[in-house]
Design a protein. Structure first.
Length: 478
């Protein structure tokens, strides 16, 4: 069902003239998300098409390949502050960030209007007489990109959401099934469960570990060939890009099959399959490489030479400058010092692992392991007894060499993922739980209440990749 969106360009200035509005053919392109500028949501009080020559040649166009992105262009005769304002029918006005503009031609990117929604936009100018708006104009809706799986909103309790979580970054396999080949889509979904951005990874390469860069200004995505081309990941890459598709760097990451992390210096670290070994390897934007850690060396140090080296998750803890490396085949998690490559501690089923308190809180086939801001360890795990996927959170007690579980969620929920998954602690204390091949994402509070839930699951499993909240889409713009 199609709805209506409204957009507006706002200028702050004190010169006057005649406003000319020109709208490009709106029949191509797709609308995106909702802009997030909470300081600019008040409707102007006057509607007119007279702006005494301040604006001319006002127009709208869509991105050529990412049709959810809209651009509003105009010419102005004097310096003024400007932004674009828009809304959905029955929703408040939203706005792009304000920018000071000199006389001349300008263009403003508009992010956040969903697919399958009509958009109505207008121009708004602050003149000496107050706010002045143009007539509202419409850009018609378009369907989701062909082949993109539909997402469904199952549960929503807005008053209990984490307030910084406005848009969900994710990836999803076009093909139904669990861990299977297919076309992998990079997507962004808003709180209403609407897709506001989508991009297909080409050549059947797998994208499962999308992330926002350390400085919050870029998107990074993996294009792994290990599973697609059966080349042991020889052609795998990681790409750094802006939300409009502009690519800044592509890193060659041979052997990449699962997780990677980006570092503050713009380098990338990943688990490199070197069968029978797996390495933590780092590459800089100029291609310089170093090996940080060897799984085989670690296994030899604890008399586990026959154990399998294979990772499914990698995270970096900034406060300690350490990596957390997850190996599902041995039900083991390892913490590695970035600077020295030393194995600091390990938890799970291998020799000399920490104990679990209580014993039945042991993790099994874990995924998505990371430290929380409070210094606890959080992960997604299979249940030891029932076929359920759980979140487990532990305090790491080095004195007694124990992982002490302090929180868990998922027992009795009846949700089971055969593979993949992860858990993230959110700023307000909620937890984002990704169910991997089940195709479902939940946000849950400390009391165990599901406050938000979406799914790509239809008649069977559908694999989704890493999920993380984005607060402001405009931080990712060029």
């Amino acid at each position: 069902m199609l709805r209506m969106i409204t957009v507006a360009l706002m200028l702050t200035g004190c010169t006057g003239g005649t406003l000319e509005v020109v709208v490009d053919d709106p029949t191509t392109g797709v609308t995106g998300t909702q802009p997030t500028n909470p300081t600019q949501t008040t409707n102007p009080t006057t509607t007119t098409t007279q702006a005494d020559g301040l604006l001319a040649n006002v127009r709208a166009r869509r991105h050529d390949s990412l049709a959810s992105i809209i651009y509003v262009g105009w010419e102005q005769s004097a310096s003024a502050d400007a932004y674009v304002e828009w809304r959905l029918t029955d929703e408040d006005w939203r706005a792009t960030p304000t920018a000071s503009r000199g006389a001349g031609a300008h263009e403003q990117i508009v992010l956040g209007a969903p697919y399958e929604e009509n958009i109505t936009w207008r121009l708004v100018i602050e003149t000496a007489d107050g706010w002045t708006t143009s007539e509202e104009r419409q850009i018609s809706a378009e369907p989701l990109p062909e082949g993109l799986p539909a997402v469904s909103l199952l549960n929503s309790e807005p008053t209990l959401w984490d307030p910084t979580g406005n848009y969900l970054l994710a990836s999803v396999n076009q093909q139904e099934g669990g861990w299977t080949q297919g076309n992998y889509w990079k997507v962004i979904v808003d709180r209403q469960g609407r897709v506001v951005w989508a991009s297909l990874t080409t050549d059947y390469r797998w994208t499962l570990y999308m992330r926002v860069s350390q400085d919050g200004s870029d998107l990074l995505y993996d294009a792994a060939t290990w599973w697609a081309w059966f080349d042991n990941g020889a052609g795998s890459t990681v790409t750094r890009m802006k939300i409009d598709g502009t690519e800044a760097e592509t890193y060659n990451t041979p052997g990449l099959h699962h997780g990677f992390v980006d570092m503050p210096d713009r380098s990338v670290v990943w688990g490199r399959d070197q069968g029978p070994d797996e390495l933590l390897e780092r590459v800089t934007p100029d291609g310089a490489r170093e090996t940080i850690w060897s799984c085989r060396d670690f296994h030899a140090s604890i008399d586990e030479d026959d154990a399998t080296c294979w990772s499914n998750a990698l995270s970096w803890n900034a406060s300690s400058d350490t990596f957390v490396f997850s190996s599902p085949n041995t039900d083991t998690v390892v913490e590695v010092d970035h600077q020295t490559g030393e194995t600091l501690r390990h938890w799970g089923s291998l020799n000399d692992s920490y104990a679990f308190d209580p014993p039945n809180s042991k993790f099994l086939f874990q995924h998505g392991v990371a430290y929380t801001p409070e210094g606890t360890l959080i992960l997604s795990s299979k249940s030891l007894v029932e076929n359920e996927t759980l979140v487990r959170e532990y305090v790491v007690d080095d004195e007694t060499r124990t992982l002490r579980q302090i929180w868990a969620f998922g027992e009795g929920e009846g949700v089971y993922a055969e593979t993949a998954g992860e858990a993230h602690r959110l700023p307000n204390g909620n937890t984002l739980h990704n169910y991997g091949s089940h195709g479902t994402v939940r946000e849950v509070n400390q009391e165990g209440t599901v406050v938000w839930e979406i799914t790509w699951r239809e008649d069977s499993d559908r694999l989704i990749g890493r999920t993380i909240w984005i607060e402001d889409l405009y931080a990712l713009a060029p």
